[in-house]
Design a protein around this ligand. Structure first.
Ligand code: FES
Length: 152
């Protein structure tokens, strides 16, 4: 009876050591798979300049508006600076459907709760003729890229 008890205790002890060893191996193996956050690149191509009509065109996939005024372009974020809903262009202003923020055509705030204007993104023409946006680089309001017919 006493021998059986010792065997059981010995088995539990060895099992604990084995479990601790396997936990260490698992933790060490986890180091080979670091936590990496895969975010979309901040620099990307959209369409060619002449694919955009005059006015405000939503690019829903990239959550931005391409604004064309003849041969001049700029790109404004469609992401509301309050809680990140997509703003909607209504011919005279941007409106946020979530909590009612309103923005002027240049993205500055008419009424909150949005605390900041919509961002303007750096925009250029890629070597192969597409508009290229860098959503990681903000530019000043008033930025214009001249890229209409004959410039692209
Ligand atoms: S997310 Fe736009 S007003 Fe709240």
């Amino acid at each position: 009876m006493d021998g059986d008890r010792r065997k059981v205790l010995r088995l539990i002890g060895k099992g604990s050591v084995l479990a601790a060893f396997l936990a260490q191996i698992g933790a060490a193996g986890r180091a080979f798979f670091p936590n990496v956050l895969y975010e979309p690149p901040s620099r990307f191509k959209i369409k060619r300049p002449d694919d955009y009509p005059d006015g405000y065109t939503l690019d829903a996939a990239h959550r931005l508006y391409v604004v064309r005024q003849k041969d001049a372009f700029h790109v404004i974020s469609a992401v509301c600076t309050h809680l990140g809903c997509n703003v909607q262009w209504s011919d005279t202003e941007f409106d946020c459907p979530c909590h009612g923020s309103r923005f002027r055509p240049d993205g500055t705030v008419i009424s909150g709760p949005a605390p900041r204007p919509l961002e303007w993104f750096a925009t250029s023409v890629s070597p192969d003729g597409f508009l290229e946006v860098d959503s990681g680089t903000e530019v000043a309001r008033g930025f214009r890229l001249i890229a209409g017919k004959g410039n692209a």
